[in-house]
Design a protein around this ligand. Sequence first.
Ligand code: AMP
Ligand code: MG
Length: 342
Amino acid sequence: MKNKNLKNAAFFTFFFLILILASACKEEPSTRYFKAMDTFMILKAYGNKAETALAISENEIKKLEETISVTLDGSDIYEINNSPEKEIFVQKDTLEILNFAKSIFEETDGSLNPALYPVVHEWGFTSGEYKIPSQEKINSLLKNTDFLKIQIDEKACSVKIPDGMKIDLGALGKGFAGDKAAEILRKKGIKSALLDLGGNIQAVGSKPDGSEWKVGVRNPEGGDACARICVKDCAVITSGGYERFFVGEDGKTYIHIFDPKTGRPVENDFESVTIISKSGLYADSLSTALFVAGLEKATEFWRKKQNFDFIIITKGKKIFCTAGIKEKTDFSQEFEVSFVEK
Ligand code: AMP
Ligand code: MG
């Protein structure tokens, strides 16, 4: 009898151990869904400190939005735009993003230009009231878009813009927000998290089982992803013409990514540009800048820098990507893939 009880006890102990082990293996992530920076964000993280760390990250993203929003009265960017020729004291984050934007502006021959805001606004992309402005209007607005005329005083942490200029960090702010959120999670000891900031992906570490995150690149025509890339500890950020566009009275499609040289929406055969890099700020800046630059200049820029990877999808179901990602990417059979070599 005693022996049978012992056997039962051993069986139940073993059974519970298996249950505990199984639930540990299938650990569920903590998740936060919220709206910020004009988009939906989903932050997922694993580990017992995930809940608190995610709450702090969400808070930080919302705080950053209040600092760099172009529309929010009282934000740094709002103050700068509404007080031209006046020295405006700003947060360190604002200064860091503006400095970074200036360096990318210079390196990409002005393809990324935050001072293009009045032009983008005139076409209706900030209000949804789309229109094709007259060439005269475009030309007059383009006169105030020399971003190098912005004065950044690092010591004083202040910024001054010339009269007529207005800036917007919409092309790179979300990338910076992803960096900040990821940094908080890492500092809080999180080893595994995946942050989706409106399609901008930021991976912290790898999956809880140690394998890499698989991030899909959207098929411009819908349906299954056209590529799935395995990554850890990096940002995967896409600029897509399909994200926002309108069809004009002339029947042509006008997308939300602008060529700063012409003051008009980019007209090339790109559907999207995805950048994979350690820094979200860099990836976000380049996804926009290289969309403007086109395939030849994007390739030239990559050969010079070699500190990021790209996946460019063009019309006619073609994919051009850097050779380094060949081994870690699955491509949809529907697309013709070409690899760009060093
Ligand atoms: P993204 O989705 O990161 O490519 O950012 C595109 C957004 O940045 C647009 O919706 C515009 O508000 C703004 N934008 C468009 N073209 C440019 C450009 N060439 N440089 C800087 N910002 C731009
Ligand atoms: Mg961008």
